[in-house]
Unconditional design. Sequence first.
Length: 323
Amino acid sequence: MCFGVLAAPDELREKAKVIIQPIQPAKIDHPAKVDLGRQLFFEPRLSMSGIISCNTCHNLSLGGVDNLPTSIGHKWQPGPVNAPTVFNASLNFVQFWDGRAANLQEQAAGPIQNPIEMGMPHTLAVAVLQSIPGYVDEFKKIYGTDQIAIEQVTDAIAEFEKTLVTPNSRFDKWLKGDDKAITAEEREGFRIFYDSGCIACHNGPNLGGNSFQKIGVVEPYKSTSPAEGRAAVTKKDEDRWYFKVPTLRNVELTYPYFHDGQAKTLEEAVTLMGRLQLGRTFTDDEVKKVVAFLHTLTGERPQMPLPLLPPSGPNTPRPDPFK
């Protein structure tokens, strides 16, 4: 399925609409859970040190990431992989680079107790929340019980994360019929992206996040990261180097790139992907145009007030960065 440089803009758009859908605004079914989940997302007391929250690595003021090659967690330990963006994560078919979590709720449980992320066993995390009267009241209103459970914690965080979508990118406006939403150069960049085969993996509303693919199809990918991809979950050697395809939504904000954060710029990422995945050497002009297209994928990040967290109780552990 291919078309040339002289294809009319409306023809290009119709072909695009077959495989890419605009991001839809968030639909909030449980506003009280969303508000509680927002607090918990910013809650550093869910970490052993008392200073790390979900927002530390998935900064909502940035691109839902920390812009580090790999995140720094408990006791300043470096993690093995680049933090995926939390924006539009609800559109992924699984969570984490290796797909070990089936949904957002499963994903939310992992970093809390991971010894190199937040380092807090679930039993202790729940005990801390139980020691904070404000949280006890909120959980009781929503879940109808005085006893907080980790499943409730992760449920609330997941409900909040479902609202972190970024609609109305310029590319989405173009998909919907606005010819002026993107420039001729950006449109040409999308044509190169499409014709070259990038679209085979980066499709759907999230332009990715809906399949596992091997990194290094034509040439081996060289990395110092210990991450081995899907094989870490399946224990099958044939799944080595297969990772969940990352979303390209807001990609100009989510540098550095790849599971190990090895590509510092979009230009470097496009060049490497062309060679390693497609066996193609893009010209400087082609790279420039593809990168211009990728900039059109930045959507409207949700505006929200910074949550006010309830005060600690007399038995709530105080922060200890070196604990």
